[in-house]
Design a protein around this ligand. Structure first.
Ligand code: RB5
Length: 147
């Protein structure tokens, strides 16, 4: 799978181990920065990753900041993006099954690297179930159209 990844200067703490983990599992990772600890702004990277996913250039995206909150909000501003911020694997898995999330946000100040990798694995393993969830996800898509 081709996965877009991006982070701010705080999220950078977590990024290398996630990239390594994904590549070891055979995924192709496209890195949208930042790759410096110099202070920067999470909306830049949330937008870049979200656009890569929304355009179809990448199948999924992973975004990282201090809490995962700011960068998930940024990603969710892009049409077609359903970003979820998670600090445990259960929500990550269910967000795929029920909400068809296409971007995962993690907080480098919230989760350590081992937990982050468990969350990533749970999220990637989750398959969207459609069925009764499809109507609701369609309603989310409709909300995009109202903007
Ligand atoms: C940066 O200090 C911090 O605000 C950012 O990484 C993130 O936590 C925002 O939601």
């Amino acid at each position: 799978m081709k996965i877009a990844i991006g982070c701010d200067h705080v999220g950078l703490e977590l990024k290398p181990c996630i990239v390594e983990h994904l590549e070891k599992r055979g995924h192709t990772v496209q890195d949208f920065g930042t790759n410096s600890y110099e202070r920067t702004d999470y909306p830049i990277y949330g937008k870049a990753v979200a656009e890569a996913v929304a355009s179809g250039a990448c199948e999924k995206g992973i975004v990282l900041c201090g809490t995962g909150v700011g960068i998930s909000i940024a990603a969710n501003k892009i049409h077609g993006i359903r970003a979820v911020v998670c600090s445990e694997p259960y929500s990550a898995l269910l967000s795929r099954r029920h909400n068809d999330t296409n971007v995962l946000a993690l907080g480098a100040r919230v989760v350590g690297s081992a937990l982050a990798l468990m969350i990533v694995d749970a999220w990637l393993a989750g398959k969207y179930e459609g069925g009764r969830h499809a109507k609701r996800v369609d309603m989310l898509t409709e909300l995009d159209r109202l903007r």
